[in-house]
Design a protein around this ligand. Structure first.
Ligand code: PLP
Length: 286
C-alpha cells in the first residue's frame, strides 16, 4: 500500500477518490509530470516544474502550480513511502466541473492535484544494460505534442502494437520523419559521428532529459545538430537511443528489425548517460 497525495491530503492509495465529473476523467483535461528519484533525491526537479507551469499556461488553466508547495509534497511522498529509486507522478486537472460540459468551468474552480510514487529500479537497470527494439509507426497524436497532457491513448496503442510486433517501443513518424518515441525523445548518431535529434516544435515533447543530454554533449565536445531525420536515416545510423526521465538514456539496437551498428548499446549513449547521471546526482534535490 502506498501513501498518495490528493488535494492537500496524504492518504492510502485505496482511499484516493476523484469525482466522475472531474475534467481530467471526462476530457483528459489534465497535465502531468514524472520526475526521476535516485537515492531518494529528485533529479532535474526545477525543469520538470517549469514545464508543468508551461503546460498549464498552454491549456489556459486559470491557476499556476505553486512549485515550492509541490516540492514539499514530493519530499514528503519520498519520505512516507521510503522511496529510494523510482519516480514521482504528478497530475493536475482543471478540476471538478460538477457536470459534463465542453465549456471550461468557472475560473475559480480549484484544480485536482494528485501525486504518487512508483518504484522503478528494474527499468533503470534494463535500459542501461540491454538495447531496445523499436518499430516505426504513424504519428497519429494531436498536433500539440509539446504540451504534456494525459491524452496518452494513441501512445498507449502504439506501445501495444510495438509489443505485438515483438518490439519494446514505437518511434512515431510524421511525413517520413521521426518525431519521437511513445514516451521518450529519439536520437541517432550518424555515420560521421554527429549526434542528431529533432528540433523543438509542437511536434514533440520538449524533453527535460533531451535538453540535459544535449548539454552533456556540449560538455563532451561532441558535435550535435537539431534537425529532422528520416526513418531510413535512423535505420542506417551508427547508434540510436532514446531519452526520458525514467530511463535516462536507453540504447536502441534495432529499428523495424534492422540492426543498428553492431547490435549492442553504443558508446556515445553510454557516455552521455554516465555524464547525465553524474551531473543529475550532483544537482539533485534531497
Ligand atoms: N516524449 C514523450 C512523448 C514523453 O511522454 C516523454 C516523457 O514522458 C518524453 C518525450 C521524455 O521527456 P522527459 O525527458 O522530460 O521525461
Amino acid at each position: 500500500m502506498r501513501t498518495v497525495y490528493l488535494n492537500g491530503e496524504y492518504i492510502p492509495d485505496t482511499e484516493a477518490k476523484v469525482s466522475i465529473f472531474d475534467r481530467g476523467f471526462l476530457f483528459a483535461d489534465a497535465i502531468y509530470e514524472v520526475t526521476l528519484v535516485l537515492d531518494g533525491k529528485l533529479i532535474d526537479f526545477p525543469n520538470h516544474m517549469q514545464r508543468l507551469k508551461r503546460s498549464a499556461r498552454e491549456l489556459q488553466f486559470p491557476f499556476v502550480p505553486d512549485v515550492d508547495q509541490l516540492l514539499e509534497v514530493h519530499r514528503e511522498l519520498i519520505r512516507r513511502n521510503g522511496l529510494v529509486d523510482g519516480q514521482i507522478y504528478i497530475q493536475i486537472t482543471r478540476g471538478n466541473a460538477l457536470d459534463r460540459d465542453f465549456a471550461f468551468p468557472p475560473a475559480d474552480t480549484p484544480g485536482t492535484i494528485l501525486m504518487f510514487t512508483q518504484v522503478r529500479t528494474a527499468a533503470l537497470d534494463q535500459a542501461m544494460k540491454s538495447g531496445k527494439a523499436v518499430v516505426t509507426m504513424a504519428d497519429l497524436r494531436w498536433q500539440r505534442s509539446d504540451i504534456k497532457t494525459v491524452q496518452l491513448l494513441y501512445s498507449s496503442i502504439a506501445k501495444m502494437e510495438a509489443g505485438r510486433k515483438r518490439a519494446d517501443d514505437a518511434w512515431l513518424v510524421r511525413d517520413g520523419l521521426i518525431t519521437e518515441g511513445t514516451n521518450n525523445n529519439a536520437f541517432i548518431v550518424t555515420k560521421d559521428g554527429r549526434l542528431v535529434t529533432r528540433p523543438l516544435s509542437t511536434d514533440i515533447l520538449h524533453g527535460i532529459t533531451r535538453k540535459a543530454v544535449l548539454d552533456c554533449a556540449k560538455e563532451m565536445g561532441l558535435e550535435f545538430v537539431e534537425r529532422t531525420f528520416s526513418v531510413e536515416e535512423a535505420r542506417q545510423a551508427k547508434e540510436a537511443f532514446s531519452t526520458s526521465a525514467t530511463t535516462i538514456v536507453a540504447a536502441v539496437t534495432s529499428i523495424d528489425g534492422v540492426v543498428i551498428g553492431d547490435g549492442k548499446p553504443g558508446p556515445v549513449g553510454a557516455k552521455l548517460r554516465e555524464i547525465y547521471l553524474r551531473k543529475g546526482l550532483d544537482a539533485a534535490i534531497g
